[in-house]
Ligand binder design. Structure first.
Ligand code: FS2
Ligand code: SF4
Length: 541
């Protein structure tokens, strides 16, 4: 196997024996093959569109879901990947019949094999290392990972019945281009920025989907303690899933808690009517082994963020949607279908209530609409000098001890600096008592990683209010932590919007070749992090 798609890749180079995440070589192989056949399918849909053939929505969704399933920590079940490959081959076969000529098709578009041994053989030939030129490989993978992140966001929008066909078309055209050996490094750099443009569109679509279904996030105090009832813990990012679970737990005596990236569900007005929606339990995804154990009740993983479970709670762990884990029950249901969570609810009734691991509360809900409502206050604070700088510390949390840098950095910030955040990176500092500036908390949490879109809107609004030419003229620094592929699409989106001098940590992606890293450094001022003392000087002197 060879995988270097996330920040925790072995030795900052690549996982070759077994994923640090727990991904086996068998799963890695089938993920590689799924990406390969999906590129082939995307080539066919793109060529059919050129011939004015309409591509059905369900095929767009199949492609989106295929990419999403290969995201870090989403699905560890080889059988799921084999099934998705076969399904994709079936769809491909039917679409090929509609195409006027097959003469210019790539091997990926025409490859077909249902025998498992043959699939494994093919998988070994089509992984990341199949591209020999390291700069082309680097750019192809940078784009692929951006598309995976984008597809995660598209899927969340799709379950809320929102579509943007232009984004689907771009995803498919780009997947086709990733098969094209005639594309130069410069072409691929252009395609990388284009991916960022559609990343913005994808996040805007999801923002619209979330806010039109559940209202605009608002300032909310989220309880960190527990009650005496048994509970169900929900992790991942899928708001439609938690909505269905909240509906089905009404009157059952079962409480519902969020974990990690599901915390922002509390910020949406639509979920406030459920009095069994108690609070947030625990921290970021990587702490789940201890926290799922002490939770005592069933856990629902709605998307990526799974750590291979301990046997002590494996029977209580359920997956749904793109998530999957061998030995854990999967709750079926696709877009538009009602999922049945009875099994979790019945199991919860037999479980002990959660063991309390902390008390108190955290405050969040500072997505664009809420911050715009506070704009006068924020602008006054900037004008009076009470706020001197905003620091975007959005992104991901992870296992590496080096990530304690972000806690130390938050603590060391001057008292007139405000942190803007989104994603699970917030767990490194949101529970510190950093105080407020004239009633504005010093940590403004917009929500999940995709709500980085809100941070962009806030920056653009401030640029407009202050009449600045460029978003880079604002007193905003970017110190972003990354882990998986959704952070890649957020980064590409920021680059597309012209944001410069982003610091990325705790390490730069292993998939950036020295030359590609140089392009990012020279054109966008991308840099890594060093230590808190140095970086404070860099940002504040
Ligand atoms: Fe946490 Fe990073 Fe949200 Fe993941 S914010 S590790 O991309 O999807 O989570
Ligand atoms: Fe390694 Fe990350 Fe790939 Fe898992 S997702 S195999 S940890 S690079």
């Amino acid at each position: 196997m060879f995988c270097y798609q996330c920040q925790e890749t072995a030795g900052c180079q690549g996982c070759t024996q077994m994923g640090v995440c727990g991904k086996t070589p068998e799963v890695a192989a089938m993920q590689d093959l799924l990406i390969y056949v999906t590129k082939g399918l995307a080539e066919i849909t793109t060529k059919l569109r050129d011939e004015k053939v309409t591509i059905e929505k369900k095929i767009n969704h199949l492609i989106t879901w295929n990419l999403f399933t290969t995201i870090t920590n989403a699905n560890f079940d080889e059988a799921v990947f084999i099934e998705r490959i076969k399904n994709t081959l079936n769809v491909k076969k039917e679409l090929l019949k509609k195409l006027s000529t097959h003469s210019s098709l790539s091997k990926a578009a025409i490859w077909e094999e249902y025998d498992i041994a043959q699939m494994k053989k093919k998988a070994a030939e089509v992984g990341v290392l199949a591209t020999e030129n390291e700069d082309v490989r680097s750019l192809r993978e940078l784009i692929t990972y951006g598309l995976k992140g984008l597809c995660a966001y598209l899927k969340h929008a799709n379950v809320l019945e929102k579509e943007n066909e232009a984004v689907d078309i771009f995803v498919q055209e780009t997947l086709m281009k990733l098969l094209d050996d005639s594309l130069s490094v410069d072409d691929l750099i252009g395609l990388t920025l284009q991916t960022g443009k559609f990343g913005v569109d994808g996040m805007a679509l999801l923002d619209d989907a979330n806010t039109s279904a559940y209202g605009n996030p608002e300032i909310t105090s989220v309880n960190l303690g527990v009650r005496a009832n048994p509970g169900i813990l929900v992790s991942g990012h899928d708001l439609r899933d938690i909505e269905m679970l909240l509906e089905q737990t009404q009157g059952t005596g079962i409480d519902v808690y969020t974990h990690s990236e599901m915390l922002p569900a509390h910020y949406y007005p639509a979920f406030k009517k459920y009095d069994n929606f108690v609070g947030n339990y625990g921290n970021a995804w990587w702490k789940q082994k201890e926290e799922f154990e002490s939770f005592n009740g069933p856990i629902l993983m709605t998307t990526n963020c799974i750590v291979p479970p301990k046997s002590s709670y494996k029977e209580r762990l359920f997956t749904t949607g793109s998530a999957g884990m061998v030995g854990c029950k999967h709750i079926p249901g696709s877009e538009g279908e009602k999922k049945d969570f009875k099994e979790l609810i019945n199991l919860a009734k037999t479980c002990q209530p959660p063991t309390e691991i902390e008390t108190g509360s955290i405050v969040g809900g500072f997505a664009h609409n809420q911050v715009f409502a506070l704009a006068d206050k924020v602008v006054d604070a900037v004008k009076s000098g009470a706020i001197k700088k905003f620091v975007v510390m959005a992104g991901c949390d992870g296992r590496a001890k080096s990530r304690n840098y972000y806690t130390d950095f938050a603590k060391a910030l001057p008292k007139d600096a405000v942190i803007l955040t989104a994603g699970c990176a917030k767990y490194k500092y949101i529970k510190l008592d950093l105080g407020d500036i004239g009633g504005i908390p010093r940590v403004l949490d917009a929500g999940q990683c995709n709500d980085s879109y809100s941070l962009v809107l806030i920056a653009l609004k401030l640029q407009e209010i202050f009449g600045l030419e460029s978003v880079n003229d604002l007193p905003i620094a970017y110190n972003i932590a990354w882990y998986e592929q959704k952070a890649v699409i957020v980064l590409l989106s920021l680059l597309y919007l012209g944001v410069k001098n982003i610091h990325l940590g705790p390490t730069l992606p292993a998939f950036l070749s020295p030359n590609v890293a140089n392009v990012l450094v020279e054109n966008f001022g991308i840099a890594g992090i060093t230590d808190v003392e140095n970086d404070m000087k860099l940002f504040f002197e």
